[in-house]
Design a protein around this ligand. Structure first.
Ligand code: T46
Length: 142
């Protein structure tokens, strides 16, 4: 994915008279090789999660149950999405600040990640995020 980008992707459901099945494959629905899967559950009312960006990590987020809101920002533009459909994913590249909020009590937010867990990949200071993304865009036009 392009650095500092995100996109909504609709997954195809293989439905028949028994119900539905959604399948996600690396380099198809998921634009990278998945190295880690985690899910966020039981987020308490009023909590905002995220509040960071990643230097290298790319992810696909899917609310496989319930709903939550996610704000994404790349230092130049911001967008807010409601994730409430297990057939819809939000792909997020590196250098994107994210804030997740308004979790419904039954929300299960599934995340497919391109890298194993690495705390040093997190940018948790917003000022540093804005500096690093400004430097990236500056380098890419010079
Ligand atoms: C992201 C958003 C969408 C681990 O030990 N391994 C893991 O793979 C992850 C993701 C977290 N942790 C530990 C680190 C913390 O002690 O789990 C705890 C909660 O993690 P964090 O505060 O980073 O959770 P969120 O919801 O703020 O952010 C998470 C991801 O960390 C992040 O990469 O993009 O979900």
């Amino acid at each position: 994915m392009k650095v500092g980008s995100w996109e909504v992707v609709q997954f195809q459901s293989k439905g028949d008279d028994r119900g539905e099945l959604i399948s996600l494959e690396n380099f198809k629905e998921v634009p990278f090789e998945t190295k880690r899967v985690y899910y966020i559950i039981k987020t308490k009312a009023g909590v905002t999660r995220g509040l960071h960006a990643h230097r290298h990590l790319e992810q696909v987020l899917i609310a496989i149950a319930g709903s939550c809101k996610i704000k994404v920002e790349n230092g130049q533009s911001t967008e807010t999405y409601v994730l409430n459909d297990c057939k819809t994913g939000l792909r997020i590249s590196n250098l994107v600040w994210r804030e997740m909020s308004e979790f419904s009590p039954d929300c299960v937010l599934l995340v497919l990640a391109s890298e194993v867990y690495d705390p040093s990949d997190y940018i948790r200071d917003r000022k540093i995020f804005l500096q690093e993304s400004a430097a990236f865009y500056q380098d890419s036009i010079s």
